[in-house]
Design a protein around this ligand. Structure first.
Ligand code: ADP
Length: 627
């Protein structure tokens, strides 16, 4: 005997929300129903392990009837008894319903209802977003409980009755609302399945009707999903082709070439499987924000949830693409709530550790590939030095730089640098600048070259920023050679002598250069050049100053120190000229040119290039006419 029963209050409130609001993302109803069907098959398949007579050719079938405007989703899974139907989708207000309503009340966030619903174990009701009547027929597998028919318009009541159905499983027929007829279209159904349920293990079949020339119809089964939950398979059983096609399906970068595939199978505190890829080539927009929008694809038990979850990977690993399939997260979690789920932090930690470990292996075993990878993605990876303190030491082992002693284009690690340090060298020296050519000709290198020390060339725009956080590597301090605060052995005597001998010249230079410099002094760091400019203490490096200016940011005016080379013939010549004729007009011109060429060698623009050219021309002319 059929019965009409009432939904419990909470269910009624929930259904009310489904029926009377118009949601922008209604597509997810199909994801929910297909996920339920797949779960039901999971359960039946599990039973069939001990009761082989229950085994079937597992499948989820969809069918549409355009005349009746119905969409049917059926599975040959575990099915339900009458009591289960009542309990699962009927009267008993599950705790999830209450929690869901409470959350809605608190958040007042109705637009997100479709996103939120599955999370609270009430996904079935999302069917009422698109249907004004839902009929469910089900028969439990492996028992002789009679089949059950449940139906409802979602308005307060449902009918329940016994039904006739031989095959175990569940069929859900949706009578689509007038504004939901798009869900009768096979392209739309295909689109949703491919988007959300592509990797469901069981075939999701939609019969395709073809009208033949003789007007007869041929119906063929079309499988909508690829079923390839490749990340759940053993790496040894996955072919290169499969990896490649999966990579190109995933990657924002295009192409099928990747550097490395990484499988993760985490158990214990957080259970998840992941298949990640290190890409080979950076896209042109690597540093632009749009590339950062997409994250790893998050699945929960093979059901696609989102690819916009930022919490699965730290930003500095954003070049990694792939799939994470969690066993712990609730199905269909909303994005906002997802971000707060504590499992994500555990997943992120595991993934970060694994990716850094793989990079290290790559560096150790395939140095050339790693260096090529680093040239593409190093500047992104380096951001981690500034943001991920927990992994700072691991990251320091992974960064690479060009250096004064290595040939152009060749990268060395900090470990390489330290290993090559002569015993007398105590610190790690570096210089920042735009490109190799610019830093390689800096006069500041001269002293280090003469000592046989190497200097790291840091030519990425973010290097200056990174170096503000990077103080040591293997207990050795980093020192910028463009800064004044380092000591040159045995220099004291020479400098003192020069300071005394050239005191008048120094005073003169100070008076001419005035505000442009904070100090003029002698140093022993130069061998070939007459002078160089350095910064001191916390002042911005000239490179960083240029960068900020290029970004139209306000930069505090930092004055440089002009350091003179006491052994340079030009200094000696200037001194002699001054001795001869203190008022010689060309002395002023020499002083200006000296300063400007120091600016040029550090890669800074001249404030007045025309004036510089004029001075140089007139000095050249004098030089020529003397001869
Ligand atoms: P959830 O799937 O998150 O538990 P739903 O509201 O979607 O929440 O479904 C409620 C319950 O109804 C499920 O847990 C399951 O026990 C049962 N159910 C739903 N669909 C099916 C189905 N196709 N076959 C068997 N049981 C089902």
């Amino acid at each position: 005997m059929g019965q009409t029963r009432e939904f419990k209050t909470e269910v009624r409130q929930l259904l009310d929300l489904m029926i009377h609001s118009l949601y922008s993302n209604r597509d997810i109803f199909l994801r929910e129903l297909v996920a339920n069907a797949a779960d039901a098959i999971d359960k039946a398949r599990f039973e069939s392990l001990t009761r082989p007579e229950l085994a079937r050719e597992w499948a989820i079938r969809l069918s549409v009837n355009k005349a009746d405007k119905t969409l049917t989703i059926s599975d040959n899974g575990i099915g339900m008894t009458e009591a289960e139907v009542v309990e699962n989708i009927g009267t008993i207000a599950k705790s999830g319903t209450k929690a869901f309503l409470k959350m809605l009340e608190e958040k007042g966030d109705k637009e997100n209802v479709p996103e939120l619903i599955g999370q609270f174990g009430v996904g079935f009701y999302s069917a009422f977003m698109v249907a004004d009547r839902v009929e469910l027929t089900t028969k439990q597998a492996g028992t002789d409980a009679p089949a059950v028919r449940w139906s409802s318009s979602g308005e307060g009541e449902y009918e329940i009755d016994t039904a006739v159905r031989e095959e175990p499983g569940t069929e859900i027929k949706l009578h689509l609302k007038g504004d939901a007829e798009v869900y009768l279209e096979s392209w739309k159904i295909g689109e949703i399945i491919r988007k959300y349920s592509d990797f469901i293990e069981y075939p999701i079949i939609l019969p395709e009707v073809k009208v033949n020339d003789d007007k007869t119809e041929t119906v063929t089964d079309r499988v909508l999903n690829s079923q390839k939950a490749i990340w759940l398979r053993k790496p040894s059983e996955i072919t290169d082709e499969e990896y490649k096609s999966f990579y190109s399906h995933l990657s924002n970068f295009g192409g099928t070439e990747y550097l490395k595939a990484i499988h993760i199978s985490a158990e214990g505190v957080s259970e998840f499987k992941a298949l990640l890829f290190l890409p080979k080539e950076a896209p042109f927009n690597l540093l632009m924000p749009e590339i950062q929008k997409k994250g790893l694809q998050l699945y929960v038990r093979r059901v696609f949830i989102t690819d916009e979850c930022k919490k699965l990977l730290p930003d500095y690993l954003r070049f990694v693409c792939g799939v994470v399939d969690s066993n712990d997260l609730p199905l269909n979690v909303s994005r906002e709530i997802l971000q707060e789920n504590p499992h994500l932090a555990k997943i992120e930690k595991t993934i970060t550790g694994k990716v850094l470990g793989e990079l290290k292996k790559l560096l150790e075993n395939e140095r050339d590939s790693y260096a090529a990878f680093f040239k593409e993605f190093g500047r992104v990876l380096k951001e981690g030095l500034h943001t991920d303190f927990a992994n700072a030491e691991k990251l320091k082992d992974l960064v690479m730089y060009e250096s004064m002693n290595s040939e152009p284009g060749k990268l060395i690690t900090l470990a390489d640098y330290v290993a090559a340090m002569p015993e007398s060298q105590k610190e790690i020296y570096y210089i920042t600048g735009e490109k190799r050519e610019a830093v390689a000709s800096s006069p500041a290198l001269e002293y280090f070259r003469s000592k046989g020390y190497d200097v790291l060339f840091m030519t990425d725009p973010i290097d200056d920023w990174i170096m503000q956080q990077m103080f040591q590597y293997r207990k050795k301090n980093f020192k910028s050679i463009a800064k004044g605060d380092f000591e040159v052995e045995g220099a004291e005597e020479t400098i003192k002598a020069a300071q005394e001998k050239f005191a008048k010249l120094v005073d003169f230079l100070k008076s001419i250069l005035g505000e442009k410099v904070s100090e003029v002094r002698f140093s022993a760091r130069l061998t070939d050049s007459p002078c160089c400019l350095i910064t001191e203490g916390n002042a911005l490096s000239p490179h960083l100053e240029r960068l900020f200016k290029a970004m139209h940011q306000e930069v505090p005016e930092s004055k440089r120190i002009l350091e003179l080379n006491p052994k340079h013939p030009l200094i000696e010549a200037l001194f002699e000229l001054q001795q001869k004729d203190e008022k010689a007009p060309e002395l002023t011109a020499y002083a200006k040119v000296l300063f400007d060429q120091a600016l040029l060698t550090e890669g800074s623009p001249l404030p007045d290039p025309a004036a510089f050219a004029r001075e140089v021309t007139s000095l050249l002319l004098k030089g020529i006419s003397v001869k």
